[in-house]
Design a protein around this ligand. Structure first.
Ligand SMILES: O=c1ccn([C@@H]2O[C@H](COP(=O)(O)O)[C@@H](O)[C@H]2O)c(=O)[nH]1
Length: 288
């Protein structure tokens, strides 16, 4: 089934949706922890019920970010569940990001393109998260496929975990691995989307806001996903400079900060995040 929002690039669709639904990305994690917290069985039926409970909220957000291992742990039926859920997202004109954090050589990455992007034989996601640590060239073919299909590849530039030391290692030219990744994303976007504002290669930056801003400044044509809201010590107002820099290109995925509310309060909590992000955007959108 072809999607009614298939027209246009991932970036165009995100920017259009962000304008009406805001910058929040709903984290979808049918993990043992969240299924139990929601009073559901920790099995495939529980995961299906979890996804069904999310559907009324899915149509109100611009995008969802599905933690793929929490689907994959149920084997092939778990993948079927993800494909069904992404189809439901499509019907609600909501973008689906498969948070799979894949990494391999280029010919194997092509197989992942079939898995994540194909709407008939695969999962039908709009974007997939990818690690660039098998070299910059390893992701280029996947990025080309994504560009041709109106989808996106989201490369991990800098993750939020404390063990992310390899990303701050320096290359021979003095740039960190994160900086090299950011610059590569910019080069790919210039090549794959010579016209328009944002290209098909998105970036994920989970660093604290000041470091995230320095990396974001290297990404003038990229959608940038900024995980971290809802975690202890991360205040929404700390993202002001990032919002000023990125405008509608900023995505804010929140998992714990919404799922902890439970199914009854989910929509209310999502609306609260959306309103806070709307106010932040309003206060910090610079004239362009
Ligand atoms: O740098 C990163 C990149 C991805 N993650 C993922 O996000 C969820 C947790 O999200 P919260 O909104 O903080 O609950 C986690 O499972 C990771 O897979 C990240 O934490 N940091």
């Amino acid at each position: 089934m072809k999607s009614s929002i298939a027209a246009g690039s991932f970036a165009e669709r995100w920017i259009g949706l962000e304008a009406t639904r805001g910058g929040l990305v709903l984290g979808v994690a049918p993990s043992t922890k969240w299924l139990r917290h929601w009073g559901l069985d920790d099995n495939l039926a529980g995961a299906r019920a979890f996804c069904e409970l999310l559907l009324p909220t899915v149509g109100q957000v611009a995008a969802v970010k599905a933690q793929m291992p929490f689907f994959e742990r149920f084997g092939a039926p778990g993948l079927d569940l993800a494909a069904w859920f992404f189809g439901e997202c499509r019907q609600r004109e909501t973008l689906a990001v498969a948070d799979a954090k894949r990494c391999d050589a280029d010919d194997t990455m092509d197989a992942y393109a079939d898995l994540y992007f194909n709407q008939v034989t695969g999962l039908g996601a709009d974007a997939v998260t990818v690690l660039p640590f098998m070299g910059t060239g390893s992701v280029e073919s996947l990025c080309r496929t994504a560009a041709a299909g109106g989808q996106a590849v989201m490369l991990l530039v800098r993750t939020s975990n404390h063990q992310a030391d390899t990303q701050s290692a320096r290359m021979a030219d003095g740039r960190t691995v994160s900086e090299v990744t950011a610059d590569h994303i910019s080069a790919l976007n210039d090549e794959l989307a010579p016209k328009g504002d944002a290209g098909p290669v998105a970036a994920l930056i989970g660093a604290p806001p000041a470091e995230a801003l320095r990396l974001a400044q290297r990404l003038p044509r990229s959608i940038v996903s900024l995980p971290g809201l809802g975690r202890p010590g991360r205040r929404i107002e700390d993202c002001a400079d990032l919002v000023k820099e990125l405008g509608s290109r900023a995505m804010f995925p929140v998992t714990t900060g919404v799922l902890a509310a439970g199914p009854q309060a989910l929509t209310e909590v999502v609306h609260s995040w959306q309103e806070q992000l709307r106010l932040l955007r309003q206060a910090h959108t610079r004239e362009r």
